[in-house]
Design a protein around this ligand. Structure first.
Ligand SMILES: Cc1ncc(COP(=O)(O)O)c(C=O)c1O
Length: 359
């Protein structure tokens, strides 16, 4: 087998090695069934146990009370940009904070769904390099939507806005299960799995009971959250293999890492290694405002954009992959999600030092 590289991809991204190894060992015979999960009925006892465990682990890790339901939906986080306003607007205006590409897309979809959509905060004036402090809270809003971590610009909400009685809705695609937070102000949370939860093909949705009551009856069946809630995400065939891997990743967070607090501590340490180095020299320049920096996606620039090609080629030679910034903004980005080890981050810093020295 070719040697595994150090993977800084933004998503799909690195998965814990032990998860991949377990999936490999169970590939031909899943728990004595004589067949692969890929071949197993979604209505089999074996798969139902996997699904149930993924739900319970999510509940335990995030500290969700019984008012929340955990759903698995296809269509990516991008489908949630539309499902959220379709299901939750309830005839009221919907409010959004625009913190970059993914929020902008969510806003666009809410408008396409014909909802009165207000942008109540934005960091567009500074190319989305910070999280805005000034946001307007409208008590008449159906919800306030934020993007907890901005994968492309490398920013994150350190703490979440207080919207009073207005439920928060968050796209947590790139930082769910990376830190502890109080779920109670959230009416709905969604996350494409392919960064911190598992492989592509499934989106985790956490929805509160009062939000389910808002779902309009005239929506098509597969676009209604209530369809998934009433059928334990088994109304139709779910992405079984993706959910199976998610369950293994959640088990890894609970049992190998030791829970969310421990996961957060590790993530804090990893991010500090990289940011401390960036702040200690003047060759590389971080692009996010320090108080808004993401712990998952570290974005930085070289003194000249022309050097990027050499940087990336040298990185690949050193076994470091996935460091190119998003095509919409350029620059460099190291995505250091849960499965990225501290050793991987240290290897990157060593390479960055070596590259800077050679210039
Ligand atoms: C924060 C965020 N939201 C949404 C998306 C889009 O997710 P999907 O490709 O699952 O639709 C991404 C993808 O990288 C993302 O980082």
């Amino acid at each position: 087998m070719a040697q595994r590289v150090i993977n800084f991809n933004p998503g799909p991204s690195a998965l814990p090695l032990s998860v991949l190894e377990q999936a490999k060992s169970e590939m031909l015979d899943f728990q004595g069934s004589g067949m692969s999960v890929l071949e197993t009925s979604h209505r089999s006892k074996n798969f139902e146990a996997v699904l149930d465990s993924a739900i319970q682990r999510t509940r335990r890790l995030l500290g969700l009370d019984e008012t929340y339901q955990v759903l698995f939906i296809q269509g990516g986080a991008s489908l949630q940009f539309a499902m959220v306003p379709m299901n939750l607007a309830a005839g009221k205006p919907v409010d959004y904070v625009d913190t970059g590409v993914w929020s902008t897309k969510a806003i666009k979809e809410a408008r396409l769904c014909g909802k009165e959509t207000r942008v109540v905060g934005s960091s567009e004036d500074m190319q989305f390099t910070y999280i805005p402090e000034k946001i307007v809270i409208n008590p008449d809003a159906a919800y306030l939507h934020i993007t907890s971590n901005n994968t492309i610009r490398g920013t994150r909400w350190k703490s979440f806005p207080d919207a009073g009685a207005v439920p928060l809705v968050s796209d947590m695609s790139s930082d769910i299960f990376s830190r502890r937070f109080d779920p109670r102000p959230f009416g709905l949370i969604y996350a494409g799995a392919q960064k911190n939860v598992g492989p592509a093909g499934v989106t985790l949705v956490i929805i509160r009971e009062d939000m389910l009551k808002r779902v309009p009856k005239e929506l098509p069946t597969m676009l209604r959250y209530s369809t998934y809630a009433e059928n334990r995400s088994l109304y139709n065939t779910p992405p079984c293999f993706s959910i199976y891997i998610c369950e293994l990743v959640l088990k890894w967070i609970e049992e190998t890492i030791g829970g969310l607090d421990q996961m957060e501590k590790i993530n804090e340490e990893k991010a500090a290694v990289l940011y401390d180095y960036i702040d200690s020299q003047d060759f590389y320049r971080g692009t996010a405002r320090p108080d808004s920096r993401s712990r998952m996606n570290v974005t930085f620039l070289l003194p000249e954009a022309e050097m990027e090609k050499d940087f990336l080629a040298g990185a690949a030679d050193a076994g470091l992959y996935g460091l190119k910034g998003h095509r919409s903004v350029g620059g460099l980005r190291a995505s250091i999600y849960n499965a990225t080890t501290i050793e991987a981050v240290k290897a990157l810093v060593d390479y960055m030092k070596h590259f800077a020295k050679g210039r």
